[in-house]
Design a protein around this ligand. Structure first.
Ligand SMILES: *[C@@H]1O[C@H](CO)[C@@H](O)[C@H](O)[C@H]1NC(C)=O
Length: 149
């Protein structure tokens, strides 16, 4: 019997969502003599302070890392929902394992693409990965719907 790994994908995904934020804070600290004010990290005031004190390309990279972090959490509900739906409908374990593996792999690529691609031209790569990964979740919902009596 194959072990169902799908629920374990949730803590892995959570970690993948937090990491880009940690990376962003790290590069900001490095660019600002170790200074980071954590009292209101999402405030426009703080972003303005960072923007003024940091080289342009580093600040842009920080913004993209933070956007990858937020996008991860925005996509967490649909991923968790798909895992729950797939298990509720008792989809084949291999299907569920393949789904979470491919999804996490795609989201790793997405995160790397978000942080490293700064041009408009190549950002289509990132958006395509996002669309494909999200479609995987939607596909599991459809499969689950079809499997119900
Ligand atoms: C951090 O930011 C807050 C809000 O802007 C400010 O009141 C506080 O003095 C800052 N703390 C440090 C250590 O810079």
């Amino acid at each position: 019997m194959t072990t169902n790994l799908s629920f374990f994908a949730v803590p892995v995904f959570w970690l993948l969502c937090v990491l880009p934020h940690s990376y962003g804070v790290l590069i900001m600290k490095t660019a600002n003599n170790g200074h980071w004010n954590n009292s209101a990290p999402r405030s426009s005031n703080w972003h303005e302070t960072l923007r003024k004190s940091t080289p342009k390309d580093i600040y842009a990279r920080y913004e993209r890392a933070d956007a990858a972090h937020k996008n991860g959490f925005e996509n967490m509900p649909i991923f968790i929902g798909a895992i729950l739906a797939g298990n509720f409908a008792q989809l084949d374990t291999r299907t569920l394992n393949l789904f979470v593996t491919l999804y996490l792999f795609a989201r790793v690529l997405y995160t790397i693409a978000y942080i490293s691609i700064s041009s408009h031209r190549y950002s289509v790569i990132r958006s395509t990965i996002w669309l494909l990964s999200t479609s995987m979740c939607l596909g599991i919902f459809v499969k689950a719907g079809l499997a119900l009596p």
